[in-house]
Design a protein around this ligand. Structure first.
Ligand code: ZN
Length: 156
């Protein structure tokens, strides 16, 4: 195998692992003193759906992502992406999380030309391969768009 094929195989393995063992799946009730918002997003071109709830805590200006809980149906890419999102964003301040969100968006909209930063995106680098396929980009972005939508609402 070439180096590029090795990388594609590694990316596929990461996505499959998150698909089989999703992090943070299931809708959870926010704890006292947390604010939350629910959204439902659909990707009609593939049939992916997600109901996503963001729990936010802390004072305005230093709010944190306390939890992201979700129920999702659809393809392996959409579901693995929600799992990676949970792993990457929970515990971060909203400003930090928005920064990671921006990096992931840039990667997915880069048509395969953006070199992913593993320091920032961790397992999210696996979607670099998906970025080359326009039809699948929406699958990978579904949960990320839902997260941003819910977070804006939860902040109030
Ligand atoms: Zn899909």
């Amino acid at each position: 195998m070439s180096a590029a094929q090795d990388l594609d195989a590694l990316y596929q393995e990461i996505i499959l692992d998150h698909y089989k063992n999703p992090h943070g799946k299931g809708l959870r009730e926010p704890a006292a003193a947390q604010r939350s918002a629910d959204v439902h997003h659909v990707n009609p071109t593939c049939g992916d759906e997600i109901t996503l709830r963001v729990h936010v805590e802390g004072e305005p200006g230093s709010e944190r992502v306390a939890d992201v809980s979700y129920d999702a149906v659809g393809c392996s890419i959409s579901q693995a992406s929600a799992s990676v999102l949970h792993e990457l964003l929970v515990g971060k301040t909203i400003d930090e999380a928005m920064n990671v969100h921006g990096e992931f968006l840039a990667l997915m909209q880069g048509k395969g030309t953006v070199e992913p930063d593993e320091e920032v995106l961790e397992d999210g680098i696996a979607f670099a391969g998906v970025a080359k396929f326009p039809a699948r980009v929406k699958c990978a972005l579904l949960s990320w768009m839902a997260w941003k939508d819910a977070t804006v609402q939860a902040r109030g």
